[in-house]
Design a protein around this ligand. Sequence first.
Ligand code: TMP
Length: 216
Amino acid sequence: MKNGLFITFEGGDACGKSTQVKLFKEYVATRKDKDDFVFVREPGGTGLGEKIRELLLSYEEDSPVPKAELLLFLASRAQLFEKVISPAISEGKIVVADRFYDSTIAYQGFAREIFDAEEILKLNKLILGKFKPNLTFYLKIKPEIAFKRKNSGENLDRMEKEALAFHQKVYEGYQFISKKEKERFVVLDATKSIEELHNEIVASVENLIKNSTKKV
Ligand code: TMP
């Protein structure tokens, strides 16, 4: 692959990630190189992936067993990686993903306890080879605080409906992976204001672009 860049946003449910991705998109729209950016989300980001997303998050009649859940997340990733991320990186684009394999470590590895983190990383390697994000924003917040500030009127999806103990294990999973791969992680204190977090994100991305070989 050539010199594109890959940036991911991560965090437990209700951490404020969607708000930050939205603000970041708005910021990108003001940049003169805005066409160099490609936004994707996981699960989803392709026709097939969006169908898988629906099955994973909304289809409750026959919820997937944990191993089926893991494989569906991986199927969505394989499709997204080969059809969208890899070609865009080869063209020198900056791909921004709302979730990637750190979510699988935290949710299916730590919270579902299907396989351990090393095994989940190995499965991801089958799809991605050595490919990794250049930069990962992790919005760190304890789930008990995150869920308290979430709008109680909002519809919760299948993962959000899991018990607090599940979300605490997700939190532990993120501690693990953010320490293991700390060279790419920017750990953000998600209790800070929306604006402060946005400014930190923009500063880190500008820094990454400045220090990369990519010409913008
Ligand atoms: P979100 O994109 O709105 O944050 O919702 C995606 C949900 O799917 C969220 O609860 C995290 C979960 N998830 C996993 O459990 N494993 C994964 O590999 C991914 C990408 C997401």
